[in-house]
Design a protein around this ligand. Structure first.
Ligand code: FES
Length: 58
């Protein structure tokens, strides 16, 4: 995984930031939103965020 890849352009949230949120206890999309603010703007990154969370949960 490229940790520097920007997943949410509205809030400049990288894959690494989402990974860190999951590692620090976020288990749901809503948890990750609360920790990183990702996907709280236009929402167009939602599927990518969900896919990444699912990937990290494996
Ligand atoms: S790109 Fe994530 S909320 Fe807009």
């Amino acid at each position: 995984m490229d940790r520097n890849k920007v997943i949410c352009r509205c809030f400049n949230v990288t894959a690494g930031a989402i990974e860190d949120a999951v590692k620090s206890g976020a288990t749901t999309f809503e948890d990750v939103q609360a920790k990183t603010s990702c996907s709280t703007g236009c929402g167009c990154c939602e599927q990518d965020v969900r896919d990444l969370i699912n990937e990290l949960a494996k």
